[in-house]
Design a protein around this ligand. Structure first.
Ligand SMILES: Nc1ncnc2c1ncn2[C@@H]1O[C@H](COP(=O)(O)OP(=O)(O)OP(=O)(O)O)[C@@H](O)[C@H]1O
Ligand SMILES: [Mg+2]
Length: 970
């Protein structure tokens, strides 16, 4: 059909809408175009128009068409989109796939990676997203996906991921889909509901348009009644009109009133019968090729088609020509049907047995040319069970590929099939284990049952132990601490006898889980607690990686057991030596965080922050959101204590902000807790309250509960709400008391949390000094046993507040002397402030000034507003003059602005910053824009001078390219 805009009838409005959407790409605005409607209404035709419009404006077009029976091919659509683009010689492919985009190689490379990282799904998405962004910054993009409702799940995830980040990218995503198909809405809802989406719904052709068309095609004037009959027969649906025209021509029907009856008879042509009729006129060989193509799917290779239909490559060309001649096949370098409805018609005519046989043929053809497991797998799956020798191995291999490519659902399909293919000799447990692990990644709740099966069926202890570890991780993440601990506990003894190394790995997870379960340990059998005691007294070398997992937990145990900081640090250092644990186990290794937290507790803040920065860099390199959240949340604590409140805030914000795709509940709770603490210290109490309100109370209680109480109690103290702070202390007390001495835990929570001291402060506020004193008396020996200047200093600080006169001055002085040797700058400043105040009250004004000045300087630097104000007040009361720095310049920057400006000042491009922080380039631009305004700058070249030594030091390690391997030494 010809005529109308871009050869389409009745599509002026639709074409202008499409044109407006396409124009967004070269203008640098992202956009989504959705074309939808019933079968044959002209959606694909409109997508073609969008492609032509794009090409006219030098927009690069990536296109793909999804097909129902190809849903089993993970990333099928993504590969259709990118493979041709990456083969183009005019694009710098290496550059496009560098850095954060490198994750895309798992999908698009010739050699799919075979090892699955914990967050491989996200890594690949992140990679594909950046590949798209890189392409778009090279030339504007139009990404066309036709029939998107049949898109494989992995590709849908990519599209969703992309669509949510399109703003400000020179890329338009154009999607078409048929309405009225079952299950359609689930797939496209998320894509179509995007605020950027512009929806176009092509309408049926009008009678006028139809009349014109019939006239030009049939070469005669058209009788109005005839035209109306045609319109009625087809509903104005262009596809049906096309088919009707074909029939009218074959049957030599003229457009006269007398022929209306014949039109009605030919009438409601359905595409299926029409296609079958056309096929029936062709030879059996030709029909065989059509059927083989229906099995192979979109863009089939010629050799695969020849092999599957069982004819020679030379003869194949004749058959293709015959099929193209009757409008069934579209021949190019690769082969496809002209229209999905045509493909459907051919496929619908296949019996189940025929289709199974053809899939088997396809397997043979593909094996013959050495196709990879992932290409073969869908055909094996579609064929009968037991038909392909080596199916189990093949399915396992395809599953490994799918996992590495971040398509866990496909891995689940393949491994389920592997299980169906198992023969009695085959050990089923490793396959169940693999299936369960794949389901973990796919977020499939069936994971537990499958891992349970693996445990039950395992013929060897090793598989059983690995299945137990995997199941325990699932249960633990779901908050079922107790079950997860029990599962590990139940298997530890048998594995210890046969595989000591695997046993240590299991033990490391077990002990670390016990520690995190914290107060909930009281609900578990005593024998479990004895594991801790035994591990402590085992005195094994723990030099292997598995051994170090145990050491991590032991470092933490040493601390809760009442040991000295020197010993805790020695163990933690040994566990974390040379960052080998990070390299082997990855940045999401839970036991590793126990050792890192132990370092923080022992006031080794710089070191802990450095190690967390490395973990963070590695997490970013891998694009692992779970690990980003963990490392950021804990670095937030280190920064808080170091008196870098802005960094602490930015870390916690980064943790919360990066979790939008696959949030890790545990880590996000932690990040919320520490964010509110950073805000409280800055005196931003309303913000802190808002954050705290959103943090869920852990149920059952765990170590997180302690952290939450810490943050909440400090918030209440800052608000002067002593009763609320005391309630928190009492809650803490209720949780902690039963666990004391449970496994020789002497200070179950002291250190990361200082409840007794907060409790004492609350009691002081309420005027109950005796009770406060009792708490300090309890705390002091614990602090001395740990022996860090921080713990001793902060305890003496509260002790000093309980005294009067000269002894108050002396104790506070001692506290400042201790804290001067600590890395906890804020605590030092707080003690200095109270010490200075005590001196001032004793009328020793000139003695009071130096500590108050020092406190003021630290508080200002840290942005600890309440402390800054108290120090300034006290200082004024000594008669000293205090200058008040205004709220402009660097001080006016928010945490995020400050961080992004610092990174930009260090020469990182907006794209680098966006990649490192997991945000869009647009967000970076926005923050920088606001920073320029506040700093009164005209551009980034002035940033280094404007920030000076106030640039963010904690990010400095990340200024080096994040795509490289992790350095071995800090
Ligand atoms: N406005 C139009 N004017 C003339 N011909 C048209 C028009 N729209 C579509 N056609 C023709 O009608 C046929 C069906 O159109 P198209 O393939 O675009 O439909 P579709 O909506 O994509 O169908 P499906 O739901 O099956 O994918 C094609 O041959 C196409 O060229
Ligand atoms: Mg179509």
């Amino acid at each position: 059909m010809t005529g109308g805009s871009y050869g389409l009838l009745d599509r002026d409005a639709e074409v202008s809408a499409v044109a407006a959407a396409v124009a967004l790409a070269p203008a640098g605005h992202g956009g989504v175009l959705v074309v939808r409607g019933p079968a044959g209404i002209g959606k694909t035709a409109l997508l073609r128009v969008s492609e032509r419009l794009a090409e006219e404006q030098s927009v690069v077009v990536l296109r793909a068409r999804a097909a129902p029976f190809e849903r089993e091919f993970p990333y099928g659509v993504v590969r259709q989109l990118f493979d041709p683009a990456l083969a183009r010689s005019d694009l710098p492919v290496e550059e496009l796939l560098a850095g954060a985009a490198s994750g895309a190689r798992a999908v698009l490379g010739d050699e799919p990676r075979s090892c699955a990282a914990p967050d491989s799904q996200f890594i690949v998405l992140h990679g594909l997203y950046w590949l798209t962004a890189n392409l778009a910054s090279h030339a504007p993009l139009l990404i066309c996906v036709d029939d998107v409702i049949w898109c494989d799940e992995a590709s849908v995830r990519y599209l969703e991921f992309l669509v949510r980040r399109l703003e400000g990218m020179a890329a338009v995503v154009a999607l078409a889909y048929r309405t009225g198909e079952p299950g359609a809405s689930d797939v496209v809802d998320a894509l179509v509901s995007d605020p950027l989406a512009r929806v176009v719904q092509p309408r049926p052709l009008s009678e006028a348009a139809l009349g014109g068309l019939l006239g030009s095609e049939l070469g005669e004037e058209v009788d109005p009644g005839f035209c109306a009959a045609c319109r009625e027969a087809t509903g104005g649906n262009p596809l049906l009109v096309t088919e009707l025209l074909r029939a009218l021509e074959t049957e030599r029907v003229r457009p006269h009133a007398s022929e209306i009856a014949r039109v009605r008879r030919i009438g409601a042509v359905a595409v299926g019968p029409a296609v079958r009729q056309r096929l029936s006129l062709l030879g059996e060989e030709t029909r065989g090729v059509a059927r083989a193509l229906a099995i192979l799917g979109e863009s089939a290779r010629r050799d695969d088609l020849a092999g599957t239909s069982g004819i020679g490559v030379v003869e194949l060309e004749d058959e293709i020509a015959a099929l193209a001649g009757v409008g069934i096949v579209q021949a190019g370098e690769r082969l496809s049907f002209v229209h999905p409805l045509v493909a459907d018609a051919v496929r619908a005519a296949l019996t189940a047995a025929e289709s199974a046989r053809l899939h088997q043929q396809a397997v043979k053809a593909l094996v013959g040319r050495g196709a990879s497991a992932w290409e073969l797998a869908p055909h094996v799956v579609a064929g009968p069970v037991g038909a392909h020798r080596g199916a189990v191995g093949l399915m396992e291999e395809a599953a490994r590929w799918a996992l590495a490519a971040g398509a866990p659902e496909a891995a689940v399909t393949y491994l389920s099939r592997a299980i169906a293919e198992l023969d009695p000799e085959h050990d089923p447990a490793p396959v169940w284990l693999a299936l369960g692990s794949a389901k973990v990644q796919a977020g499939d709740p069936g994971a537990r049952a499958d891992l349970g099966r693996a445990i039950e069926l395992a013929r060897d202890v090793g598989t059983r132990a690995r299945a137990r570890i995997a199941l325990s991780v699932v249960l633990f993440a779901a908050g079922e601490d107790a079950r997860s601990i029990e599962i590990l506990d139940a298997g530890l003894d048998e594995v210890a006898e046969v595989d000591p190394e695997l046993a240590e790995r299991m033990e490391g997870h077990l002990l670390s889980n016990i520690e995190v379960a914290g107060p909930s340990l009281v609900r578990l059998p005593r024998t479990i607690g004895e594991r801790v005691t035994r591990a402590r007294s085992a005195h094994k070398p723990r030099d292997t990686i598995a051994g170090r997992l145990v050491l991590c937990a032991l470092a933490y145990e040493e601390f809760i057991g009442g040991g000295s900081a020197a010993e805790v640090v020695r163990l933690a250092d040994k566990a974390l030596a040379d960052n080998e644990l990070l390299q082997h186990e990855g940045p999401a290794c839970t036991p590793m965080y126990r050792a890192l937290v132990a370092l923080i507790i022992c006031d080794e803040l710089e070191r802990a922050a450095g190690k967390l920065t490395l973990a963070l860099a590695e997490a970013r390199r891998l694009g692992s959101p779970t690990a980003v959240v963990w490392a950021s949340a804990w670095r937030s604590v280190a920064n808080n204590r170091l008196g870098r409140l802005l960094d602490a805030e930015a870390d916690a914000q980064a943790a919360l902000g990066s979790g939008d795709q696959y949030p890790s509940g545990y880590g996000l709770t932690l990040a919320g807790i520490w964010l509110s603490l950073a805000l409280t210290e800055q005196g931003r109490l309303e913000d802190a309250r808002a954050v705290l309100d959103r943090v869920p109370e852990p149920d059952p209680p765990s170590l997180l509960t302690y952290a939450l109480i810490e943050s909440r109690a400090r918030f209440h103290l800052a608000c002067g709400d002593y009763s609320a702070a005391l309630r928190d202390f009492q809650l803490y007390d209720r949780l902690e008391k039963p666990t004391v001495d449970l496994v020789g835990w002497r200070r179950p929570a002291t250190g990361i949390i200082n409840y007794r001291l907060h409790g004492a402060r609350a009691l002081i506020g309420l005027g109950d000094l005796d009770a406060a004193r009792a708490l300090v008396v309890e705390e002091l020996p614990l602090a001395r046993a740990l022996g860090t200047p921080r713990e001793i200093g902060i305890t003496l600080h509260v002790a000093g507040l309980l005294e009067t006169g000269e002894s108050r001055i002396q104790t506070l002085k001692q506290a400042t002397e201790e804290l001067a040797r600590s890395q906890s700058r804020l605590e030092y400043a707080k003690a200095l402030c109270d010490y200075g105040a005590a001196l001032r009250r004793a009328n020793r004004r000139s003695d009071a000034r130096p500590p108050l000045q020092a406190a003021l300087a630290i508080a200002r630097d840290a942005r600890a507003a309440p402390l800054r104000d108290s120090a300034a007040e006290e200082l004024k009361a000594t008669g000293a003059r205090v200058s008040r720095p205004g709220l402009t310049g660097v001080d006016a920057l928010t945490a995020s602005e400050h961080r992004i400006a610092s990174m930009a000042a260090r020469g990182m491009s907006n794209r680098d910053v966006a990649q490192a922080l997991f945000v869009t380039v647009k967000t970076v631009e926005m923050h920088l824009g606001r920073a320029y305004k506040k700093l009164d700058l005209s551009g980034r070249t002035q940033l280094p001078a404007a920030l000076g030594d106030r640039a963010n030091p904690a990010e400095s390690e990340l200024a080096t390219p994040i795509a490289g391997p992790t350095p071995t030494h800090v």
